[in-house]
Design a protein around this ligand. Structure first.
Ligand SMILES: [Zn+2]
Length: 195
């Protein structure tokens, strides 16, 4: 009680935790720090970051401080403005755009970050460019798909962004975002392979 400080007016992140983990790349001890940050319009957010002193590997994650268990967040893009919505993409989140056949699943070294819907579409464009840089990539299909993703990035075509997060730490900052808590069965299905 007596230790409670008046932080009114202070907006910077405050360190809440510090611990040591093994670097997933080289196995050296690396220090990880957690900060809590009161993000305007979003609420309390935990920022995690660490850097391996031996190999330089960086880890970072972000997520809501109050997690809600497994959730699916659905957000409909209908006009150019909609791509500016802020997205907290926790390391545990899977991102899907069913209409465009897009999916990013979190790998073992997945990181979390704060971005926008536009930033997520740029990620998909980067991934497409990488796949299309293969010598035997289907040239015509690559050009066609890139045009489609550029339209999606600009909010020029309608689509649905889905975030599935088993930890419920992800967030889309918009009144249009629909958060659906998932039952265990739905959670298994969301985590499973595509039908
Ligand atoms: Zn390392």
């Amino acid at each position: 009680m007596s230790g409670e400080r008046q932080r009114r007016g202070e907006t910077g992140p405050a360190k809440i935790l510090e611990y040591t983990v093994k670097c997933p790349v080289c196995g050296a001890d690396m220090r990880v720090e957690e900060y809590i940050y009161d993000m305007p319009g979003v609420g309390k957010v935990i920022l995690t970051s660490g850097r391996c002193p031996r190999c330089g590997y960086r880890f970072s994650n972000v997520g809501l401080a109050e997690t809600r268990g497994p959730v699916k967040i659905t957000y409909r893009v209908e006009k150019p403005d909609d791509v500016n919505a802020l997205v907290i993409r926790a390391a545990t989140a899977t991102i899907r755009v069913p209409e465009l056949g897009l999916e990013i699943k979190p790998g073992p070294a997945a990181q979390g970050y704060i971005t926008t819907v536009e930033g997520i579409m740029l990620d998909f464009i980067d991934k497409l460019d990488f796949m299309c840089s293969e010598p035997d990539a289907p040239r015509d299909k690559c050009i066609e798909k890139r045009r489609e993703l550029e339209k999606a990035r600009d909010g020029a075509i309608p689509y649905t962004l889905e975030l599935y997060d088993p930890e419920g730490a992800s967030h889309i900052q918009s009144k249009k975002a629909v958060v659906t808590p998932l039952s265990r069965r739905e959670e298994d299905r969301e985590a499973g392979e595509d039908k």
